[in-house]
Design a protein. Sequence first.
Length: 338
Amino acid sequence: MNRLSDYDYTLPERLIAQTPLERRSDARLLHLDRQTGAIRHRRFSEVPQILREGDLLVVNDTRVSALRIFGRKETGGTVEALLLREEAPGLFEALVKPARRLRPETPVTFEGGLVARMLAPGPTGLARLQFDLVGQALREGLAAAGETPLPPYIHARLADPERYQTVYASEGGSAAAPTAGLHFTPELLAELNTRGVKIARVSLDVSLDTFRPVKTEDLDAHRMHGETCRVSEETAEAVAKCSGRIFAVGTTTMRTLETFAVGPRRLRAGTEVSKLFIRPGHAFRIADGMFTNFHLPRTTMLVMLAAFSSQDYVQKSYTEAVENEYRFLSFGDSMLLL
């Protein structure tokens, strides 16, 4: 049995990075040989020396478009809403707190004077909010009142919201950033290009369900919530024609590649809601290497790393990362499994 408790470790709170480094590529890079377990300590700025001519780097170009806004009910009670996506003009799917205390049709006045009513509460805090304004007026109001949502373990306010976006982010639709790509800079990508490394894009709209805790000890009983992902004909062709190694940047990219894989180094193009849960025993068909950040204990992302290497090697890597005081989670350091 694949057990959740096998993917636990002690993460000191002091190692959870609260702010990004001044320069993205200054992050440390723990390089794990996924077949032998050998570990090297490097810098992310060394990536152009690690990759070779003919290699293909596949990135998730999703952009964080969700917004967090704060408001009050007429009774004075506070309300926090995370606007996930606009279903119709002025109508948003949202994660609302406290959803149980907010009755349908109760008006809430948010910062900037925006007024919305909850149409119906949903499971696990999800609801639908209808704003009085629509169109350009609403967009301007949300731009002024809303803020980029950061993970709950980050307590510092982000001075520049773009630091929680990858430099190649273009396709809006995510509630969280694909953080493995936060270390890349335009200069580093340009250097990779001059060295003959190709870049291909996929999109996976990161939802809050990615980060919901796994509640079953038996991992085979865990069910993933769906996330929309897309692969273009251009990316499928780039994978098929790659003469070198293929690197997935992040767990979301890896999930997308494996969702659309139809054979060794073969992808179909299209759009799909992926519920793929990658765990030990999975036969990877596309990527030779993987860039990722350091993840929380007992998460599906950590399980994926073990599937790509081994549970023992990943546990050893995390133990060494803690001992060497790597920075963990979204704004933390990087790891390469190759």
